[in-house]
Design a protein around this ligand. Structure first.
Ligand SMILES: [Zn+2]
Length: 458
């Protein structure tokens, strides 16, 4: 099978030029101008951008939470991702207490196999660090699960103490893995939640009001300090607060390998959404919570100046019906998370590139190249180059669409951006040389996605 993509504007993290891309089987083999080799299919990309497929390194598909599970499984979630121009995800496998990491990995592999329509990898969430688990970390890194997520929040469930976090960090110094951190001070938050509930404050907005920005900043600072003492890099997930960004910026200014991602919800939504009438605020219950509107500009500046290196989604959808309603009358029981796997690329292009906040190259870097480099996928993925996987998005920068639950492909009954118009829409998507989105329609196959064995950091 061969495909020739002609007359597009090829965009990578560093280049922007008119050219043709020739794909043979699953790889890009040739890039040039006026390529004329015979191909099984020719795609005319004139007037469009040819981008490396989006890489979303923070998703939660088929994830159990408080007696329910996230509304998208690996089939619906990856098909929705493909519609939005994302061709690889890194999801999270969860080690529950008393279990081995290997058991967790197998459990999540089973969830994805035969279902995923795009390629996938896993970070491993460690909730209990025994000597045996430490050894298992090395084995997992060797098998391509080369990053781990630890929690400084959710005491009694996910939270690790500083000693365990420090041990895990030290271990990655030896095995080449990367630690990802959920940085919020869980002890403080739990006290504030109990206090609010005791005072009869039960509405969704109290989810945000009991998770102060300073609790995120304190944990971010502590996580970076622990990594500095262990002499290893660290990656802060879903950074939302300007106060936390200051901690990352300060560390990077000192030359430390501190990395952080933010998510579209923190760039386009704000605390004001929690004030929507009735129980509507539950749509936005996620951790960390949405912040004051003024934070958005700070985050955009962080993205533009490389204090933030990636935009992922933290896609963790729960329907309003029967799922979010578990927390009616008690905000602490609202399942945490919101959908976004499908809308990331268009939102960031429309709100970032079209407004001049970031360049087109930076857009590609933040949504594909930089996460690929940080998480051991580059140069197989994250760029358009000979030898790279043919994960390619033909993106129409002039086409508009309205984001809505009525038209999206995520299996969730609301869209946090309902009614928002965006310009810049995915047209055609290739996943390892197979067309999976054709003129906006899914033509791929559930189960065609493969597990990506990721490299260690170099
Ligand atoms: Zn998450």
């Amino acid at each position: 099978m061969s495909i020739l993509i002609r007359n597009g504007t090829i965009v990578t993290a560093t280049d922007l030029y008119k050219g043709d891309v020739f794909v043979e089987n699953d790889r890009i083999t040739t890039i040039g101008t006026s390529l004329s080799m015979p191909a099984d299919r020719v795609i005319d990309a004139s007037g469009k951008y040819v981008l490396p497929g989006g890489i979303d390194v923070h998703t939660h598909l088929d994830m159990p939470f408080g007696g329910t599970k996230s509304a998208d499984d690996f089939e619906s979630g990856t098909i929705a991702a493909a519609h939005g121009g994302t061709t690889s995800i890194v999801d999270f496998a969860i080690q529950y207490k008393g279990e081995t990491l290997h058991h967790a990995w197998e459990t999540w592999m089973t969830k994805a196999e035969g279902k995923a329509a795009i390629d996938y990898g896993f970070h491993m969430i460690i909730t209990e660090l025994t000597d045996q688990v430490e050894q298992e970390m090395d084995a997992l890194v060797a098998q391509g699960v080369s990053s781990f997520k630890l929690f400084m929040a959710y005491p009694g469930v996910f939270m690790l103490d500083d000693a365990s976090i420090f041990r895990a960090l030290l271990r990655t110094g030896k095995n080449g893995g990367t630690i990802c951190m959920h940085a919020e001070n869980g002890g403080v938050i739990d006290v504030l939640v109990k206090k609010a509930l005791a005072e009869g404050k039960t509405a969704p907005k109290y989810h945000a009001l009991t998770r102060p920005a300073r609790a995120e900043a304190e944990a971010t600072h502590r996580a970076i300090a622990l990594a500095e003492m262990a002499d290893v890099p660290i990656y802060i997930v879903h950074l939302s607060a300007a106060e936390a960004l200051e901690m990352v910026t300060e560390a990077r200014d000192r030359g430390l390998p501190a990395y952080a991602e933010t998510c579209p919800q923190y760039l386009f939504l704000s605390y004001d959404n929690y004030e929507e009438p009735g129980f509507e605020g539950a749509k936005y219950v996620m951790s960390p919570p949405l912040r004051p509107k003024a934070t958005q500009d700070r985050l955009w500046r962080g993205l533009a100046f490389n204090d933030l290196q990636a935009i992922s989604t933290d896609h963790c959808p729960f329907c309003m019906k029967e799922q979010k309603t578990l927390g009616e009358g008690d905000f602490s029981k609202i399942p945490n998370g919101a959908p976004g796997i499908e809308t990331r690329m268009s939102l960031v292009y429309d709100g970032g590139v079209r407004t001049g906040r970031i360049s087109l190259n930076r857009f590609v870097e933040l949504t594909s190249t930089s996460p690929a480099k940080i998480f051991g996928l580059f140069p197989r993925k994250g760029t358009i180059a000979p030898g790279s996987d043919a994960d390619i998005v033909v993106f129409d920068p002039n086409k508009s669409m309205t984001l809505s639950a009525r038209t999206h492909h995520m299996k969730v009954d609301y869209n946090p951006y309902e009614g928002r118009d965006v310009t810049g829409v995915t047209d055609t998507v290739l996943s390892r040389g197979r067309v999976i989105i054709d003129g906006g329609k899914f033509v791929g196959k559930a189960g065609a996605g493969a597990f990506i064995k990721r490299l260690t950091r170099s």
